[in-house]
Design a protein around this ligand. Structure first.
Ligand SMILES: C[S@@+](CC[C@H](N)C(=O)[O-])C[C@H]1O[C@@H](n2cnc3c(N)ncnc32)[C@H](O)[C@@H]1O
Length: 205
C-alpha cells in the first residue's frame, strides 16, 4: 500500500481506511445504529457499512441531488450483491435532523465540518449530542488546521482553496475539540490520519 502523501488515485480510499482504523481503535463495541452526516453521494456511508455490516445506517445530507445518486448507487449494489443491507437516506440539515433523541450509537462526519460556518458547526455538535445514546460516540474526520502543509501553503493556493470553501477561515479559527467538549462530550485527542487530516472521536459525557 502506498503512503497517503503519495497515494495518487488511491488517496481517497486510503484516507477512509485510515479514518476507520482510528474508529475501530477508539470504539470498543461495534455501533448498532450509525448516522453519517454530510453523506453526499454515499461514499462515506458505504465505507462505514463495509466495516460495520450489522449496523443500521442512515446517510443524511442537505442536497436532494446527492442523495438521489446515493440511493441509485445503493440500489445498483443491492441488485448486484443481494442481500445488501438497507440504508436510510434523509434530506435534512445536520443541525436540525428531525431524527429522534437517542437514536444513534455513532454519529460520523467525514469531511463535513470544514464546510460549515462556526454557528452551524456548534449547532451540529449539539444535535449530535441529542441524537446519541448514552455511551455513544461522535467521530469527525476533516482538514487539520494544525497541519504544517496549510501553514506553508503559498497564499495564492490558499486563496484558490477558499474560493470553493467559503467557511475555511471560520473552520480553522474554531477550537473544535473545546466545542465538542462544550456540547456534552469527552474532550477528544486529535489523531492525525494523513499529513493534512485529523480524526476526533469523543464519547457522550
Ligand atoms: C465534502 S462533502 C463530504 C461527503 C462525504 N461525507 C464523503 O466523505 O465523501 C460534504 C457534504 O456535506 C453536505 N453538507 C454541507 N452542509 C451541510 C449541513 N449543514 N447539513 C447536512 N449536510 C451538509 C454537502 O451537501 C456535501 O454533500
Amino acid at each position: 500500500m502506498p503512503k497517503l502523501q503519495d497515494a495518487g488515485a488511491q488517496g481517497d480510499a486510503l484516507l477512509r481506511q485510515s479514518y476507520h482504523a482510528v474508529l475501530q481503535q477508539a470504539i470498543a463495541t461495534p455501533p448498532q445504529a450509525i448516522l453519517d452526516i454530510g453523506c453526499s453521494v454515499g461514499m462515506s456511508t458505504f465505507a462505514l457499512q463495509a466495516i460495520y455490516p450489522q449496523a443500521d445506517l442512515t446517510g443524511l445530507d442537505l442536497s436532494p441531488y446527492f442523495l438521489a445518486i446515493a440511493q441509485y448507487r445503493c440500489h445498483q449494489t443491492a441488485t448486484a450483491q443481494p442481500p445488501g443491507r438497507f440504508i436510510t437516506w434523509k434530506q435534512a440539515a445536520a443541525e436540525a435532523t428531525g431524527l429522534p433523541d437517542a437514536s444513534s450509537d455513532l454519529v460520523s462526519a467525514h469531511l463535513l465540518f470544514h464546510e460549515l460556518p462556526q454557528s452551524a458547526a456548534i449547532a451540529v455538535l449539539q444535535e449530535a449530542r441529542r441524537l446519541l445514546r448514552p455511551g455513544g460516540h461522535l467521530a469527525i474526520m476533516d482538514m487539520n488546521p494544525q497541519s504544517e502543509i496549510y501553514a506553508k501553503m503559498p497564499p495564492y493556493i490558499l486563496t484558490l482553496l477558499k474560493s470553493t470553501e467559503p467557511y475555511l477561515d471560520e473552520y480553522f479559527a474554531l477550537n473544535l475539540e473545546q466545542a465538542i467538549y462544550n456540547a456534552g462530550f469527552t474532550q477528544p485527542i486529535p489523531i492525525c490520519n494523513s499529513p493534512r487530516h485529523r480524526t476526533l472521536v469523543a464519547q457522550v459525557r
